[in-house]
Design a protein around this ligand. Structure first.
Ligand SMILES: [Mg+2]
Length: 348
């Protein structure tokens, strides 16, 4: 299934040496071992717990417009008295579909030691049907496109064709779960970007969604490496990877527009979600970043999940307030999975 992409990888490898050398060349020269060596346990735990805490923080505020979101110093797992809380039947500190599906991807990568889309499809089906990777097996807050695609996967659809490909099907559902791929991957930038697109196809097959996932994992990789401008570096790298792919360039230049400072609204549209997360991450350290994400209103849990993963990766586990780390439910699911991931990495 993945063989067709070898040619692309070779083309990229051959071309990168001819390009005028920008900031990203520093990273292109690194071998696969170097990519892995960049990541510390503190960064990995910061990223995974950062995304889960961001998700859990945003859940009670979901669907509210920004004008109804409390002042940032009042944004906590438990909203202030009088606030009309979304998902009021869900205990505070609970991750939602975003976190559960990210953990499905992490578990699949750890147990298969490859991106196996059939295994990932099976785990996502188990999530929707049985609450696999959901706290106390309770599934709530399911996106429409994700639910439809998983139902088709459950009926035997090809994972590479399960996600809709029409332009209106560009929600943030594949972006919100993709971060574990960046933490696990030891391949080149082009291979990482390719695999990010592949995992998107299971629920979101349009090129725009797939490229947003690719941009996000490269942003994560550059963040982990301490690049001076991780976002800009990631955007440059993705443009280079797709220098001969007119469809990708059109999406990047006309829809995703990574070089523009956009007005952001924390909506469920994949491009807005990614730019909203970028804006939030740039507001300050982890706590400031996820509160900024929630303050945008609308799809608060997903914006804070996408931003929280990057901010946690950048700032490390200790930057996540202990009241949130201690208040996060589902540690009986999370802790063994993180331990298995660390063991796999230690074993090489
Ligand atoms: Mg959610």
């Amino acid at each position: 299934m993945f063989g067709a992409f070898v040619v692309l990888g070779d083309m990229v490898a051959a071309r990168s040496g001819d390009d005028a050398c920008g900031a990203s060349c520093t990273f292109e020269a690194m071998d696969n071992q170097s990519y892995d060596a960049m990541l510390t346990t503190e960064q990995i735990d910061g990223a995974i717990i950062g995304l889960l805490v961001g998700d859990a923080l945003g859940v009670p505020y979901e669907f509210h417009p920004p004008g109804r979101i409390p002042h940032p110093h009042l944004i906590e797992f438990a909203p202030p008295a009088g606030f009309f809380r979304s998902h009021s039947g869900v205990p505070i500190g609970t991750w939602s579909d975003d976190g559960a599906l990210a953990l499905c991807l992490l578990a699949s990568l750890v147990e298969c030691n490859e991106l196996n889309v059939d295994d990932l499809a099976s785990r996502m089906t188990r999530w929707l049907n049985n609450g696999y990777m959901a706290v106390r097996n309770q599934v709530f807050d399911v996106g429409i496109a994700t639910a439809e695609a998983i139902e088709s996967l459950d009926a035997g659809a090809d994972p590479m064709r399960a996600g809709r490909t029409d332009e209106m099907s560009n929600g943030n559902g594949s972006l919100m779960r993709v971060l574990p791929l960046a933490l696990w991957h030891r391949g080149s930038d082009a291979e990482l970007a390719r695999d990010a697109e592949l995992q998107s196809r299971l629920t979101h097959g349009h090129r725009r969604s797939r490229l947003c996932c690719a941009l996000y994992v490269l942003w994560a990789r550059r963040t982990a490496a301490g690049a001076a401008d991780p976002w800009l570096d990631a955007a440059d790298t993705l443009m280079e990877i797709h220098a001969d792919d007119h469809e990708a360039l059109e999406e990047l230049e006309e829809a995703i527009r990574p070089y523009e400072e956009r007005a952001v609204s924390g909506s469920g549209y994949v491009v807005d979600a990614l730019h909203s997360a970028r804006w939030a991450v740039e507001q300050g350290p982890y706590e400031v970043a996820v509160k900024a994400a929630v303050s945008l209103g609308n799809d608060t849990d997903t914006t804070a999940c996408i931003a929280g993963g990057i901010a946690g990766l950048r700032d490390g586990l200790d930057a996540i307030p202990s009241r949130w780390r201690n208040g996060l439910r589902g540690r009986e699911i999370l802790d063994p999975l993180l331990a298995a991931f660390h063991s796999q990495r230690a074993a090489g």
